[in-house]
Ligand binder design. Structure first.
Ligand SMILES: [Zn+2]
Length: 213
């Protein structure tokens, strides 16, 4: 696996930072799966023998056991869902909106990191948004923080994120639809507006596919 890709995968494990990921890669642990199956004593030893100039540091076996445990849980495959869950949790407690959904249920709803999520309203996929960005056809200045990944919208903005127990009030929604929908329109009202956004995406996607043929 390419070094950069391997590092990006390794840091999805909750306990692993970039520095540690680079060292792990240096000793042949190239993925969270490799880490999950690694022997803690071997890793501790390899870190001890590693060159400090290459970033190696002394680590105790208990810490390595924690890394391995984190790699064994399947949470690392859901790092984007986890991040979003935490951010909704923070925001809703500030705004006093109810968010009564547990992590497990949210993970299922948002899906694994590799999933190509799709906007419930205009239908654009994350892969298409990124294609448009690469082609210079995304204009937003907020790209650093918003746009790349689907956001979580309340279908009916007057209700909480999940209302009446199992009945869900949430939908995956692109940044642009989320921004246009605000806390004004419900999903039925918004579908018509989203149709116009969908037409714009379609046109842009057609234009870039022509350029690349
Ligand atoms: Zn959309």
């Amino acid at each position: 696996m390419e070094k950069e890709e391997a590092i990006l995968n390794l840091i999805k494990v909750r306990e692993i930072g970039v520095k540690t990921a680079k060292c792990l890669y240096g000793i042949g642990v190239e993925s969270p799966e490799d880490l999950a199956n690694a022997d803690p004593a071997n890793i501790t030893d390899a870190f001890r023998r590693g060159n400090p100039k290459e970033g190696f540091y002394k680590v105790d076996v208990e810490s390595v056991n924690k890394w391995i445990l984190a790699a064994k849980s399947d949470n690392w495959e859901y790092s984007k869902a986890e991040e979003r869950y935490d951010s909704i949790r923070r925001r809703t407690s500030d705004e006093d909106v109810e968010f009564n959904m547990d992590r497990e249920a949210f993970r299922k709803f948002y899906g694994k990191d590799e999933m190509d999520r799709e906007c419930a309203y205009c239908g654009i996929k994350e892969s298409e948004i990124n294609k448009l960005f690469t082609a210079g056809r995304i204009s937003t200045k907020r790209w650093g923080t918003r746009g790349r990944a689907m956001e979580v919208d309340r279908r009916d903005p007057r209700k909480s994120y999940v209302h009446r127990g199992t009945e869900s009030n949430i939908a995956l929604c692109c940044y642009w639809c989320n921004n246009a929908k605000t806390d004004e329109f419900n999903d039925n009202e918004f579908f018509k507006i989203a149709q116009a956004i969908k037409d714009v995406w379609k046109k842009r996607l057609e234009q870039i596919s022509k350029i690349y043929i």
